[in-house]
Write a protein that binds this ligand. Sequence first.
Ligand SMILES: [Zn+2]
Length: 377
Amino acid sequence: MKKVGKVFIFSFLVFHTCFSFGFIQNKNNSEWPYIINSDKSFDIASKCEMLVFVEIFNEYDIIPENSYAKILGVKNSYNISIERWKRETKKRILFNFKQLSKESLQDVIKVSSINSWEAISKVEIEKVIENDLRNWYKSTKLFYRNYIKEQLRLAALYPRITSEILQLSENEIQGYNFADKNFLLTFDDGPTKVNGNTDKLIEILDTHKLTGMFFVLGDNLEKRYKASSKSNLRTLYKNHKVYSHGKVHKSHQRYSSWSTSINYTNALINEVFDVRNENKFVYFRPPYGQRNRKVTHYLETKKTKLIFWNIDSRDWSSKLNAEQVATRQIKLMLLWRKGILLFHDIHRKAQKSVPIIHEYFKNNTINWLKSNEVTFE
Ligand SMILES: [Zn+2]
C-alpha cells in the first residue's frame, strides 16, 4: 500500500506540474503525457518504454519454438537466430536499465531491482500506473506487439535472408555500441532530381542544424551528376556525408555483380566529392541490409565498414503517416537509448518526421551526432 501511495503522489505532482505549465504534449492521449526536458525525465520515459517492451518480449518468449514459423508467417524459422536475437536483446535492455539514474527508478513506475531480467520482469505495470498513463500503456503494448514481431520475423529469416537484425561480421555497425543518448540520422536511396525530395530534406536539416549520412545509389548519383554538376552536388551535401548504398537497389546477398556495384559507386562518390585518400573505401550500406560473407570480407580487405541501423522508421510504408513515423522513432530512441535512425530521403515523410523528433527532444541532453565527425574504427 505504501508503494502505491508514493507512486500516486508523485504522479499527481508530475501531472499537476505539467498541466499548470501547459506541458501536456499529447493530442490523442496515447503518447507519453509528460514533457521530456531533463536527463531525469528522459530516463523515466525510457524506463517505462523498456518496461512495456520487457512485458511484451516475455509474452513472445514463452511461445514454443515450433510455433514461431506459423506466428511469424515464415516458411522455415531459424530458431538459432531467434534465440541469438533474444539473448542479445536481453543484454542490451539490461545494459540500458543500468544507464538510468537512481532517482528515475523511483518515479512513475517504481523499479526496485535492475539486476536481472527476472527482476525487471516482476514489475506489474498495469497495477501501478495512474490513469493518465492508461492510454499510453495500451498503445505502447500494441506498438511492441507489432515491433517485436517484426524483429522476430527478421531473426526467423536470418541467415537465409540477412538484414540489419544480426551481425554477420565484426566490420558491421548497427548503432547499439554508440555512447548513451547519441543518435545519428541516416537517409537512403537518393539523390532525387534537382530540387526534389533530397534537396527539400537537406534544406530542412540545415535549418535545424542537423546533419545526416546519405547512403546514395550509384545510378541515382550518376543521373543527378549528369543533369547538374559536381559543384551542385557538393553544395547540396555540404554539411552532410555521402556514402554508398550500391549502384542499384538490389539485394547484395545473391547478386552476381555485387563487387561491380560497390566499386562503381565508391569510385563515383570519390570523383564527385573528391575524397582525398583514394585508397579509402567509403562506408557501404547494403540495400535491405542484405549481404553475404563475401561482401563483408571484401569490405574488410578494403578496411571499411558496413553501416546498418537499429532505429528503423519504416517511412516507406503506406500504413504510417509522418506523425506516426515520428512517434515510432521517438519510442525506439527511448527504448534503445542510442543508435542509427534510418529514413529515406526519396520519400517526403522524413521532411516532416525529422523536425517533429528534433522538436520533441530539443530541451533534452541527447546528442545528435555530426555526420562529418563520425568515423567508425
Ligand atoms: Zn534502400
